[in-house]
Design a protein around this ligand. Structure first.
Ligand code: ZN
Length: 329
């Protein structure tokens, strides 16, 4: 999904643990279309341009809610006390995007609202699973996640076309000075002003970790990091990586190699843990017109951008100039 301006809805003056309204906003949003028909399921009330669309979206939302909760946490979500309203704007050429808001209060989460827009196909195969994953995480963690971990994971359940687009953007950002150093990214609880790199980098890192441990481990890693606020400790515990900077280094090497699949032994272990690999499940009806092959960004190629501020470019300079010991931060 195209990601546009972002909003963090922290309630002024309130502490993190008491009450917090969060908005996760994903994509270009135009509050112009008129919704005309409603449809209610156990957990959603959908407004959409037609009754048929409302029904399709509502039924898909329920299915995603069931499947994605199990996929990420191993358990289905209990029924919400009140259904989540979904306002859907559907048109063939409407940019894909969505926003989900909810309130945390004393360990509870409620007051869900969701707005989604795009073509019917993109809503059903990308926007909806992305936004539903936000609700799964909010229900599971009952507190805000670092934005990269939230948006990154939500992007991994989008259609392959959208994920390939994020990868192309990632390479662009990393080679033009817009990468975010991991220690900084791990500390972000709100969206940065330059939000697009957070999405593409968050997606890539979530993918990297999920390919090495599956979705349940990813959720356990995030949960431990949230509880302890010791992300390096949680990385060591779940992935055997010593620190956040070390993870950045490993991830950068992986990106430079073209994001290769993990070693067979790791892949087998992940498959055994989670046989239902969501990221390989084709959804929707669209063909994938975009080559999914990753961009082979070599250190030599990256060295041409060494004068820029990107963490990727900095890493390239370090490789290109062995005398330089400037650490990547
Ligand atoms: Zn999102």
């Amino acid at each position: 999904m195209q990601v546009g301006r972002s909003v963090g809805g922290r309630t002024p003056g309130r502490r993190f643990s008491t009450s917090m309204a969060l908005v996760v906003l994903c994509g270009a949003w135009h509050a112009t279309a008129v919704v005309a028909a409603g449809y209610r399921t156990a957990n959603f009330v959908v407004d959409a341009p037609t009754e048929a669309l409302a029904r399709k979206i509502g039924d898909a939302a329920e299915q995603y809610r069931q499947d994605l909760a199990i996929e990420w946490t191993g358990s289905p979500l209990p029924r919400w006390s009140r259904p989540c309203p979904i306002q859907a704007q559907v048109a063939p050429n409407l940019g894909a995007g969505g926003a989900t808001s909810f309130v945390f209060d004393n360990g509870e989460v409620f007051n869900w609202t969701m707005t989604i827009q795009g073509s019917e196909q993109r809503i059903l195969d990308s926007v909806l699973p992305h936004e539903i994953t936000h609700t799964v995480f909010a229900s599971h963690f009952r507190r805000p996640l670092p934005r990269w971990a939230d948006e990154g994971a939500c992007t991994t359940v989008e259609h392959p076309v959208e994920r390939a687009r994020q990868h192309r953007l990632l390479i662009e950002f990393l080679t033009t000075g817009r990468g975010i150093a991991f220690p900084q990214m791990f500390a972000m609880r709100e969206y940065p002003a330059d939000v697009l790199p957070l999405y593409s980098q968050g997606y890539s890192l979530a993918r990297y970790l999920i390919e090495r441990g599956g979705r349940h481990k990813y959720v356990a890693f995030v949960g431990d990091g949230l509880t302890s606020d010791d992300w390096s400790g949680s990385l060591t515990k779940h992935y055997g990586v010593g620190s956040v900077p070390q993870l950045q280094h490993q991830w950068l090497e992986w990106v430079k190699l073209g994001c290769p699949a993990p070693p067979a032994a790791v892949a087998v272990a992940v498959t055994q843990v989670q046989p239902n690999d969501w990221s390989r499940t084709p959804r929707g009806q669209s063909p994938d017109p975009v080559p999914a092959a990753p961009v082979a960004a070599t250190p030599a190629a990256l060295a041409t951008t060494a004068g820029r501020r990107s963490i990727y470019a900095s890493q390239a300079r370090r490789i290109a100039e062995p005398g330089s010991s400037q650490p990547v931060r």
